[in-house]
Design a protein around this ligand. Structure first.
Ligand code: ACO
Length: 439
């Protein structure tokens, strides 16, 4: 689909940052002025940032050489982050992280987003990114474009003092509590965060699908920025670091907020990602968070659904666990995507895939692979064992939603007895997918 008449795509360089923020604050209402927002670090990769402009003659302008001067106004934007090492089951691949999608309310529902999505898909193809991923502002938007919700995350509120099952070695670790300081902590955080994606459990070869690292200087700068205007009454960022013999094994960034009530202090500890490279480090971080004075509860931002805390809590129900949709995935190049990831069992299945938006993905494909080894995908004229749309294939891609569960919802059809069970096992992954931060 192309853009509707009167609109065209235009690169949006950093020199037009104010226009971008103005448009963004039409799409995402905010109490902050563009001038204040301009003072913050921008996370964007400007060479991947695109506007849609509407062109209109200048009111009252004098024609020059017979032509009326035209003004172009930014009416929509989108951008993407370059994740060159995004985790998919058993591998790291280049993925485009679609972000900052916005259309001015006056121009909505004319097909501008649809046109931007097609432009984004073409850019992914041109850059060799076999997968696009995003966080959805509203969950109903992206399914129509072939994205599938590929991960959930866990939201909890853990009461202060909640008992944890013991983990040997936790008490022997050293703990440092410090004010977050980019110069001191940025590299440590980046290193531990990247390692946690590669090795979330002691099992060799099992990575954390969906894990994206902040690869660009712009994303790192935004992570390090701690603007007062976004603290919502909470303190400046702090960090807890656990070390074993001087070697960092985990960290959590956090902020506290205390309201003084008649009964006394009511405090909340809000955390960023809780990253631990082993069980003693996880236990020590959580023990620390759960034992801070003047607090009532610990509220992590988001966690993997299989985070160690749920196994460590003696009373997991006390954490009031809820789930929310995390990263959404869209397979852009079926061969690139399905042969890049590993499978949890040997796989040999013929799948029929529908994809109206990217017809090169549509058709009947033969997927063969070894458990935790290489895989191939070839076109075939064989009778399919399973059929599904690219959105369902994308939903199953990170291993977080089983093909069998999608079949139960009528979204995957089995044509050969046994194929659904075998393919469901192969597409699963022993570590739950999650992205630890919202992009
Ligand atoms: C990855 C991210 O950045 S997520 C951020 C998304 N941005 C926002 O939520 C900010 C506020 N909203 C907006 O800016 C706009 O309304 C957008 C981007 C959501 C939609 O832009 P539009 O140009 O209006 O979308 P467009 O006209 O192309 O609509 C395409 C289809 O999506 C549907 N659609 C659009 N927005 C929504 C929505 N919020 N929920 C459900 N469906 C939607 C339309 O109805 C249309 O359906 P159709 O194909 O059946 O006719």
């Amino acid at each position: 689909m192309t853009l509707p008449d009167g609109y065209r795509l235009s690169p949006l360089p950093e020199s037009r940052h104010a226009e971008l923020l103005d448009l963004d604050s039409w799409s995402f209402p905010t109490s902050h002025s563009v001038d204040d927002l301009l003072k913050l670090a921008s996370p964007l990769s400007w060479d991947r940032t695109v506007a849609v402009v509407s062109e209109h003659p200048d009111a009252g302008a004098v024609p020059i050489d017979g032509a009326v001067p035209v003004t172009s106004t930014v009416v929509a934007i989108h951008s993407s982050y370059p994740f060159s090492q995004f985790h998919v089951p058993g591998a790291q691949i280049p993925v485009a992280g679609l972000t900052w999608v916005g259309v001015h309310p006056q121009h909505r529902r004319k097909g501008i987003l649809s046109g931007m999505i097609d432009a984004h898909f073409q850019s992914c193809i041109d850059r060799g990114e076999a997968v696009s991923a995003l966080f959805a502002a509203e969950a109903g938007i992206y399914g129509r474009f072939g994205y599938g919700q590929a991960a959930n995350d866990l939201r909890v509120k853990i009461p202060r003092g909640a008992a944890l099952r013991p983990v040997a070695g936790s008490a022997e670790l050293t703990l440092r509590l410090e004010r977050y300081d980019a110069a001191r902590h940025s590299e440590l955080v980046a290193t531990l965060h990247a390692e946690a994606g590669r090795r979330p459990t002691p099992a060799a070869g099992l990575n954390r699908p969906g894990w994206a690292t902040r690869e660009t200087p712009e994303l790192r700068a935004t992570f390090n920025d701690d603007p007062v205007m976004f603290r919502d009454g909470r303190e400046a960022l702090r960090i807890a670091i656990v070390e074993s013999d001087g070697e960092p094994r985990g960290y959590v960034t956090f902020r506290r907020k205390v309201d003084w009530e008649v009964r006394g202090p009511r405090g909340t500890v809000s955390t960023g990602e809780v990253v631990a490279l082993d069980a003693p480090a996880a236990h020590r971080l959580w023990s620390t968070l759960l034992d801070l004075d003047l607090s009532d509860e610990v509220e992590p931002f988001l966690l993997p659904v299989d985070d160690p805390i749920m196994a460590l809590l003696v009373d997991p129900r006390s954490a009031q666990p809820r789930i929310a949709d995390n990263v959404w995935v869209r397979i852009i190049n079926i061969t690139g995507a399905l042969t890049a990831r590993q499978y949890a069992t040997d796989v040999d299945v013929v799948v029929q895939v529908s994809d109206e938006r990217l017809p090169a993905n549509a058709g009947t494909w033969h997927l063969r692979g070894q458990a935790f080894g290489p895989a191939t995908l070839t076109r075939t004229s064989a009778t399919p064992d399973l059929s599904l749309s690219v959105a369902e294939l994308s939903r199953a891609y990170l291993g977080g939603f089983s093909l069998a569960s999608l079949a139960a919802a009528g979204l995957v059809t089995e044509h050969t007895d046994g194929a659904l069970a075998a393919a469901s096992a192969a597409f699963s992954w022993p570590v739950a997918p999650v992205c630890s931060w919202v992009f």
